[in-house]
Design a protein around this ligand. Structure first.
Ligand code: ADP
Ligand code: G6P
Length: 483
């Protein structure tokens, strides 16, 4: 039977060693949480990095890791510490990530990291080639693996290859500044189908292809090396049923079944009588607009002092890429801002910001989503933002307000949210006030419309549409070849 091979930098599970014990935890981030559902249902395999470097392995450990990974239908690619430093922390996260998110001043090009990026992409491609058989489909994910499509195509031209970019694709004027712009585009064009979350990212990519590689582009088709490559947008969704069901189960819980976090939330919501909760959840990343959010919240407390002691911002940030200096700076800035605002506004019975810097299990995410009156999502740039969709899916009583940055891919679909510009603190403050005072009927009207859309475009639909499109493209390509 033909299979689908998913390829991404991280596997959906991450292995680490803690106190000499092997720990397996789920990966965080939109890509892993989204594709996990698709992978679980299929008969395919998932190729990626396990979370440990070759230096950390000994034969006994390696056997254990392989067992844990194989159980989940995954195949691990071995990376050394040097690979990780240059390919992951270096080229992927100090060059590509900031470049694609318009942080051009953070973008560092280092030739040594580029060489390692190429060699690690080749390691991934080799692993694919080892497992791919004729008739299989290979679906390569994200900016860490931009060169893999061409590397696989070069060796097995008959295998159908899809590539999906989970982050924005920047405008030509930004992309053209990068030294390896040509090589990156050629790497991606090894795929038969290239997908983006939004039409704008697709448009930017096509414009770069046209102007940097001088290739013929006909609507959304590129002709390259006697092949036709289709480029299209597929907005990624979430596993709606899973989130909705978890929220419904949560509604039915008795006191004994509740988590410690939920008990604390209940306690505070009752004690403070009418205190409302604003929630934000993200990886600690400078693209997520975390300082903007805190400053806008401060502005809100000053502009509308009647809400002091009546409102609390719960901010959950999961540690991410903490070896990259900009992430360390952001963590420091966030700690300082939270400390300053809590110092300035707290009273004996009220702290305006509750800040958690850690990953939480799924159950606790549901506690937070279901207990919040408002979700405040303020990225300065974000490919999609699944947290916004997860919040919508968990509102079983149809109330709650989503305040969402216009700079997210999700904002293109979620029109009924309160859309804000993350750089406009006044607008954010006014949106918070409006959300807190929004009549229940209006909340429900908006939420129902959002739920209808988010439930229809689930992650399964996203994956099916991508795969169906890949099948079509490949058939057309074979017909052209036969002629
Ligand atoms: P990104 O892909 O940039 O991290 P998304 O909003 O698209 O942003 O996806 C984030 C995913 O990670 C969501 O599925 C969310 O539930 C999960 N997540 C975010 N923060 C945490 C956390 N602190 N603990 C556990 N999971 C988290
Ligand atoms: C985003 C990226 C993913 C990445 C995730 C978590 O969602 O698009 O490719 O896996 O962030 O980041 P990390 O660097 O920890 O894998």
């Amino acid at each position: 039977m033909n299979k689908t091979i998913i390829v991404s930098n991280r596997l959906p599970l991450q292995v680490s060693i803690n106190d000499n014990k092997l720990e397996v935890t789920p990966s965080v981030g939109g890509l892993a949480t989204g594709l996990k559902t698709v992978h679980k249902d299929g008969n395919g395999i998932w190729i990626g990095w396990s979370g440990l470097t070759s230096e950390e392995f000994n034969p006994e450990l390696e056997a254990k890791v392989n067992k844990a990974v194989t159980k989940e239908q995954c195949v691990a690619v071995d990376l050394t510490q040097n690979d990780l430093d240059h390919y992951y922390y270096g080229f992927s996260n100090r060059a590509l990530w900031p470049l694609f998110h318009y942080f051009i001043e953070y973008t560092e090009y280092n030739p040594e990291s580029w060489e390692v990026y190429k060699s690690v992409n080749q390691k991934f491609a080799d692993k694919v080639l080892e497992h791919a058989e004729d008739g299989d489909k290979v679906w390569i994910q994200d900016y860490q693996l931009l060169l893999v499509p061409a590397m696989v195509k070069a060796k097995k031209p008959n295998i159908s290859i899809g590539f999906f970019n989970h982050i924005p694709f920047p405008s030509y004027e930004i992309f053209r500044t990068f030294p390896k712009r040509k090589e990156l585009l050629e790497g991606m064009l090894g795929a038969d189908l290239i997908g983006f979350h939004t039409y704008d990212y697709e448009r930017h990519f096509l414009s770069s292809v046209k102007r940097i590689l001088s290739l013929e582009v006909n609507f959304n088709k590129v002709t390259y090396n006697n092949r036709i490559i289709k480029v299209d947008s597929f907005p990624m969704g979430i596993d709606y049923d899973k989130f909705e069901q978890a929220a419904l189960d949560h509604d039915q819980m008795n006191e004994d079944e509740k988590s410690e976090i939920q008990k604390r939330l209940d306690q505070h919501l009752q004690k403070d009588d009418g205190v409302k909760m604003i929630l934000s959840i993200d990886r600690m990343d400078y693209t997520k607009g975390i300082p903007n959010r805190i400053k806008a919240f401060e502005y809100f407390l000053k502009k509308y002092p009647q809400f002091q002691e009546k409102i609390r911002l719960i901010m959950l940030a999961v540690p991410s890429r903490s070896q990259v200096p900009q992430y360390q700076k952001l963590k420091q800035e966030t700690d300082e801002l939270v400390g300053r605002i809590n110092g300035e506004f707290s009273t004996v019975s009220w702290t305006p910001i509750w800040y958690f810097y850690r990953a939480l299990p799924f159950e606790n995410l549901i506690d937070l989503y279901t207990s919040s009156d408002v979700a405040l999502i303020t990225p300065v740039r974000d490919g999609m933002n699944l947290v916004a969709k997860e919040y919508v899916a968990t509102r079983t009583r149809k109330n709650g307000v989503l305040i969402l940055s216009e700079m997210t891919g999700a904002s293109k679909e979620l029109n009924e949210s309160s859309l804000i510009n993350p750089f406009n603190y006044e607008e954010i403050a006014d949106s918070i006030k409006q959300a807190l005072e929004m009549p229940e009927t209006e909340q429900k009207q908006r939420m129902q419309a959002l739920q209808k859309r988010v439930s229809r475009y689930s992650v399964k639909k996203w994956a099916n549409e991508f795969m169906n499109s890949l099948n079509q493209v490949h058939k057309v390509y074979q017909i052209i070849e036969a002629k």
